[in-house]
Design a binder for this molecule. Structure first.
Ligand code: FE2
Length: 557
């Protein structure tokens, strides 16, 4: 049975093909149309999924949309009145009308005559977190800005069923609070929340007590936002006059970052973590589970995730790598397969890796390299060649195999560098990424050596946890150690990605260090490259020293 999951709710549109409960293909539309966090209907992602599955649209048994139009207007109306949030109701009504139109357009454009099923926004998030996890039973937490008028749900997964235990309605939303502060700090809300997280450790705890008034926990294990400080639920704005009068105007994008901005980032990060730990502890109490599954855009906050693992009472954690709405294409399909159709979990759906996007063959790589006057060599062992260049502290573009899903490059479309020299960070920034100097770069480490480099090591294949670098190792990998001594690491196994594992292994054989710096293969503000042609273009536009594209090596002379 083929189920095509589609997320076209708002941003991060995506499609996923599930065959008899196993993922065949999953891709985000932004990688095809090159518009970061795109809202456009995922036609190209659908086309890819069908091609990968070798079927046409009318071979699909069920199309699953990751939303349920009309579900929440009544709920929204009550909240709008009670919480002075008329804008939210208007938005929800518009979203509903828009989604209904998108579905009609989809049927017409694709000529699809089959069944369509709807899965609620947070059920899709929960499905994407629990069903691909290695757990038979788990507590499931969805943390979002909002979808279907809800920001948060607490669920309990058992086998092929999920049961909702509690929920938090918009405008009470951790995601909205964090995005509002991200806007204030001069970053792009709903895109650059990671910059706020990266800035936080530079701050001091000066504003933490003041921020306690923004968001409070409730005795039933949930939370409530003090809307006096915010404007995201009203027309035009993120923060209220009260907030802006107290803290001054928001930072101009690209302007100097002052101590106030660092302290605000610290405070909002701390607030998020405290409230999330409160909610997760209660979820632990409600379920008695040792396992925690996370999804929703807020679950991309790796510092928060780590505190949930350490402080909420759970022993194990699984975080959906496409935790934002893109992953709902998968979640909707899985929800239909397991929860609606009652099919048991076989373990086939377990997501040991994130490489579900398109792959390009040798011919496509060769064609992309032609006509640029590049000295191209075909090499027998690309991983070893890349490792040699990295050991010489060169910056290497690494393009291999199927593309990864989610916002993090995980060794399929990555720019790699030498973690052993502190100046690597500046080199990569100056010549390739041109991003803010305060942002840390992440390490990829061989799983078998993780415990030697990181304290309280926990395997983390999707770069969604942060762990302290062991004090005795900080000098050996300074380029990937953040100002607070932590790193947002990715663990690499031979089973999950043999090529990338071999690369790091060869680097370790040369240098004694089983770690490389891994940043996404894109230039600033653009989606991660998808095709060989895009990789070559970025190589030519940037100061990378070398490009390893499939079996081909190009070195800059
Ligand atoms: Fe969402």
């Amino acid at each position: 049975m083929d189920i095509l999951g589609i997320n076209c709710f708002s941003h991060d549109t995506a499609a996923c093909l599930l065959r008899d409960g196993s993922i065949v293909a999953l891709a985000e539309e932004e990688r095809f149309n090159r518009e970061r966090h795109t809202k456009r209907f995922p036609d190209q992602a659908i086309e890819f999924c069908l091609r990968e599955g070798g079927i046409g649209i009318n071979d699909v048994d069920v199309v699953g949309f990751a939303h349920r139009p009309g579900l929440d207007l009544a709920r929204g109306a009550i909240d709008a009145l009670r919480r002075r949030a008329p804008k939210r109701l208007a938005i929800q009504a518009a979203v509903d009308a828009n989604l209904a139109r998108k579905e009609l357009d989809f049927r017409a454009r694709w000529g699809y005559r089959g069944r369509i099923s709807h899965v609620g926004h947070h059920d899709a998030h929960a499905g994407s977190a629990f069903f691909p996890s290695p757990f038979k039973e788990a507590a499931v937490l969805t943390l979002d800005r909002g979808g279907d008028f809800l920001s948060t749900t607490l669920q309990h997964g058992r086998g092929s069923r999920l049961r909702r235990l509690a929920q938090v309605r918009n405008p009470d939303s951790l995601g909205e609070v964090y995005s509002a502060l991200t806007w204030y700090l001069g970053f792009q809300p709903n895109a650059d929340e990671g910059k706020t997280m990266g800035l936080a450790p530079y701050g001091r705890d000066k504003l933490v007590s003041a921020f306690a008034d923004l968001l409070s926990t409730t005795p039933n294990g949930l939370f409530r936002v003090n809307l006096d400080w915010f404007a995201y639920h009203k027309e035009g704005g993120w923060l209220s006059r009260r907030f802006l009068d107290l803290y001054g105007p928001p930072r101009e994008p690209e302007s100097e970052i002052r101590a106030l901005h660092e302290d605000l980032a610290f405070a909002v990060q701390d607030l998020l973590e405290q409230v999330a730990v409160h909610v997760a502890r209660d979820l632990r109490r409600r379920t008695g589970s040792a396992n925690l599954c996370l999804a929703g855009g807020v679950a991309l906050n790796s510092v928060m995730n780590t505190r949930l693992l350490r402080e909420a009472g759970f022993e194990h954690i699984f975080i959906q790598p496409a935790a934002s709405d893109a992953g709902n294409s998968l979640g909707a399909a899985l929800w239909i397969w397991h929860h609606q159709l009652g099919r048991p979990r076989t373990g086939n759906g377990a997501m040991a890796h994130a490489f579900w996007g398109p792959e390009y063959g040798e011919r496509e790589c060769a064609t992309a390299l032609e006509g640029h006057g590049l000295a191209v060599r075909r090499v027998a062992d690309p991983a070893d060649k890349a490792a040699r260049l990295l050991a010489e502290s060169r910056v290497v573009g690494w393009f291999q195999g199927r593309a990864e899903i989610g916002p993090r490059a995980l060794g399929a479309r990555s720019i790699l560098a030498d973690p052993r020299r502190s100046e690597t960070k500046d080199i990569v920034n100056a010549r390739v990424k041109r991003r803010e100097g305060f942002r840390p770069f992440a390490p990829s480490v061989l799983d078998e050596h993780g415990a030697a480099y990181f304290e309280a090591y926990y395997p983390n294949p999707f770069m969604l946890l942060v762990q302290p670098v062991r004090a005795e190792q900080r000098d050996s990998i300074p380029a990937v150690t953040h100002v607070d001594g932590t790193a947002r690491l990715q663990t690499v196994t031979a089973a999950g990605n043999p090529d990338y594992h071999r690369l790091i292994d060869r680097f370790a054989a040369r240098t004694g260090v089983p770690v490389v710096l891994n940043t996404s293969f894109n230039l600033r503000g653009e989606p991660i490259v998808h095709t060989p042609a895009e990789a070559v273009t970025d190589f030519l536009r940037s100061g990378m020293d070398a490009l390893v594209l499939g079996p081909f090596l190009v070195e800059r002379t």
